[in-house]
Design a protein around this ligand. Structure first.
Ligand SMILES: *[C@@H]1O[C@H](CO)[C@@H](O)[C@H](O)[C@H]1NC(C)=O
Length: 301
């Protein structure tokens, strides 16, 4: 079962693009070289038809109902709805051809149209953000190669992180998924809501856990080990996104309650970039005051 799912996706992504594996790798190398050369090359890289997975859409999934925080996307942070803050940050990303909000709620849709966002209505029954992105992707009239799932609860997400994970997926043809990690704060080491991630020496994800990984035999945090904290943002190959929500839940995914483990358990590859980011996710009403005081301190408006 896992093998056949794996081969379905591998088959569809290569035949779909009518390219051989070696030409995919060449595209990756060309894109990577263009990045190094600088602004002029970057312009070429953006416009060039040879970029692998060149068409990119950013989707901000937003639902009204939430067990921990009803109406969360509309909560005001220093006088501006949280979803608008996320959208404004996403609009600054240079790799996105388009940014849309995907929601099940008319109030959210109305608010977003009010500040100028494109809105796609999606079913209330979507079980998670990836499923909402998948439905929205199918409702878009244009075709896209990459979907970035931009969680609305990270209103301070840097556009550079969005661009970073997009480029990671464009230059890694054998990956179907990309995401970002940042340095884990020692006080978050044993917090199960902070997800840890270990990567191999080429930057592919090995595993994600709510527990501390790697685990030092002393049972304590090793102050000299560079532990990774997973950030919620992720991007998917759009062919993969079409099947991702329907992949059967897997044992590690169910045990850790981490959706993304399904990707690894089915044998797909996930590229991980490391970034500097002070995570300020808003999960509860109490987090609003925290992020506001941080923003005042840093003079952010
Ligand atoms: C465990 O952590 C300690 C520091 O707390 C470090 O010196 C040691 O190298 C780590 N690894 C092992 C295997 O003990």
């Amino acid at each position: 079962m896992p093998m056949s799912l794996n081969s379905i996706c591998t088959g569809s992504s290569s035949s779909d693009r009518g390219s051989t594996k070696s030409s995919l790798i060449l595209h990756g190398v060309a894109a990577a070289a263009a990045l190094v050369v600088g602004a002029h090359a970057y312009y070429f890289y953006r416009r060039s038809a040879t970029v692998f997975r060149s068409r990119v859409v950013g989707i901000i999934p937003a639902r009204f109902a939430s067990s921990r925080f009803q109406g969360k996307p509309l909560v005001e942070i220093l006088g501006k709805p949280m979803i608008q803050r996320t959208w404004e940050r996403a609009k600054l990303a240079t790799t996105l051809d388009r940014v849309v909000v995907a929601t099940d709620d008319e109030k959210i849709a109305e608010c977003c149209r009010g500040f100028g966002a494109d809105v796609i209505m999606t079913a209330e029954s979507c079980r998670n953000g990836a499923e909402r992105c998948s439905e929205a992707l199918q409702k878009l009239e244009k075709k896209y190669d990459i979907v970035v799932n931009i969680q609305g609860d990270e209103p301070l997400i840097e556009p550079e992180i969005i661009d970073g994970i997009v480029k990671a997926l464009q230059t890694t043809p054998d990956a179907v998924f990309s995401t970002a990690v940042t340095a884990l704060k020692p006080e978050d080491a044993f917090d199960p809501n902070r997800v840890k991630c270990v990567v191999d020496n080429r930057g592919y994800a090995i595993y994600f856990s709510r527990g501390l990984i790697p685990f030092n035999k002393s049972g304590k945090v090793n102050p000299s080990f560079p532990y990774n904290l997973h950030l919620g943002i992720q991007s998917y190959d759009s062919e993969f996104l079409k099947i991702y929500p329907d992949l059967t839940p897997t044992p590690l995914q169910l045990e850790e309650d981490l959706e993304q483990l399904k990707v690894l358990e089915n044998g797909y590859k996930m590229k991980v970039i490391k970034v500097n980011h002070d995570a300020h996710g808003v999960d509860t009403p109490e987090d609003v005051a925290k992020i506001e005081s941080y923003m005042r301190e840093k003079n952010l408006s």
